[in-house]
Design a protein around this ligand. Structure first.
Ligand code: DQA
Length: 146
């Protein structure tokens, strides 16, 4: 069994209820269901969310042993966290960065991502469909299914 860790940063526990005009009405539970639905046999999804940078970093370290690939929406830590970048640099599998909104159409401070320099792919502005697309891409990269 190969595992894809889908990590979500701060405030994404409120997905579906927080600023729905920007982030839509679907929740992280919907994200999980959609990603599971596109996974071929032999691939499992482990979706987690934390509001705490250190917890996200600990989970990325854990993934070195327990996950084949990471899909990450670091939330606002995207734009601030060298520590999350360093943790991802210590992970050897594929990494895809996802943003629900199109960060490039928003405030200038959202235009820079520390994580993009490590990511194998970046998806922004596809709503929660971005997580599905990222999961499919990861499955291609790890040679699973299809
Ligand atoms: C986000 C974009 C970030 O700028 C923001 O801080 C978030 C969510 C997105 O999914 O569009 O919390 O990562």
């Amino acid at each position: 069994m190969q595992t894809i860790l889908i990590l979500n940063g701060p405030n994404l526990n409120l997905l579906g209820r927080r600023e729905p005009e920007i982030y839509g009405h679907e929740t992280l539970a919907d994200v999980e269901a959609r990603c599971r639905a596109v996974c071929p046999a032999g691939v499992s999804i482990d979706l987690r969310q934390s509001n705490h940078e250190g917890v996200l970093i600990d989970w990325i370290h854990e993934a070195r042993e327990s996950a084949t690939a990471i899909v990450i929406n670091p939330g606002a830590f995207t734009h601030t966290s060298i520590a999350i970048l360093d943790a991802l640099n210590a992970f050897e599998g594929p990494v895809i960065e996802v943003h629900v909104s199109n960060v490039h159409r928003r405030e200038a401070f959202r235009h820079h991502s520390y994580v993009s320099g490590r990511a194998d792919g970046v998806i922004a502005g596809f709503g929660i469909e971005g997580y599905e697309a990222a999961t499919r891409r990861i499955c291609t990269l790890i040679g699973a299914g299809h």
